[in-house]
Design a protein around this ligand. Structure first.
Ligand SMILES: [Zn+2]
Length: 212
């Protein structure tokens, strides 16, 4: 372990979407998604600063296949801001599926950031909605708090974690993806594309052990 990897005052762990609907019994299950819970619980103990994100959609959200007659889940269609994978209904505001996994225990998290709250646009990233322009407000929060290095963990590696990493990198933050604290969905090879993209951008994938 290098000292550079020891989390400090200016580091933040962003825990992405560890919610019931993304776990194996949920509506949009990420395979083995619940395996990250104990890993992330331990990881969070290393960080003074933790943010949790929560996918939080109104009913009939644009990202739901059920909102588009004749479409099936996991198809891709073109919407105003580009290609959109259509998902099963998931993480509907106020439902148990939108709750955090019951074993996620990060009581010292300073912020819960809800995203995907607008019906007509999806938000994979914790930082910008899928037009990559409309902010969620998290960048402002991190800047105001002086948090410069972002460590990402959670679900799913190839969607919400990937988009969050790309956006934070673009905004000038140092970004690390704690890969063994993530699980992916893998729609049409999206895992391989994600790994390639992160490498090309110079975003480091590290293991939780590197921070232990
Ligand atoms: Zn969603």
């Amino acid at each position: 372990m290098s000292d550079a990897m020891a989390p400090g005052e200016n580091d933040v762990l962003v825990v992405v979407d560890i919610q019931n609907d993304f776990c194996p019994a949920g509506r949009l299950p990420v395979p083995y998604g619940d395996e990250v819970v104990p890993i992330v619980n331990r990881l969070a103990e290393r960080f003074r600063n933790v943010v949790l994100t929560q996918d939080w959609h109104p009913p009939s959200h644009l990202s739901f296949a059920s909102s588009h007659p004749g479409r099936e889940p996991y198809e891709t269609m073109t919407v105003v801001c580009g290609p959109q994978v259509l998902w099963p209904d998931h993480c509907v505001q106020g439902t148990s599926g939108a709750d955090f996994h019951k074993s996620l225990q990060i009581t010292h998290a300073g912020l819960v950031l809800r995203k995907g709250i607008h019906r007509a646009i999806d938000s994979y990233s914790a930082f910008y909605e899928n037009d990559r322009k409309t902010p969620t407000g998290l960048i402002g929060y991190l800047r105001e708090r002086g948090l410069m290095r972002i460590f990402l963990a959670g679900l799913a590696f190839d969607f919400c974690v990937r988009y969050s990493a790309e956006d934070a990198h673009r905004d000038g933050f140092a970004v690390f993806v704690v890969e063994d604290a993530c699980r992916g969905i893998d729609v049409d090879g999206s895992m391989a594309v994600t790994r390639r993209q992160l490498t090309e951008l110079g975003i480091f994938c590290i293991s939780a052990q590197a921070l232990a």
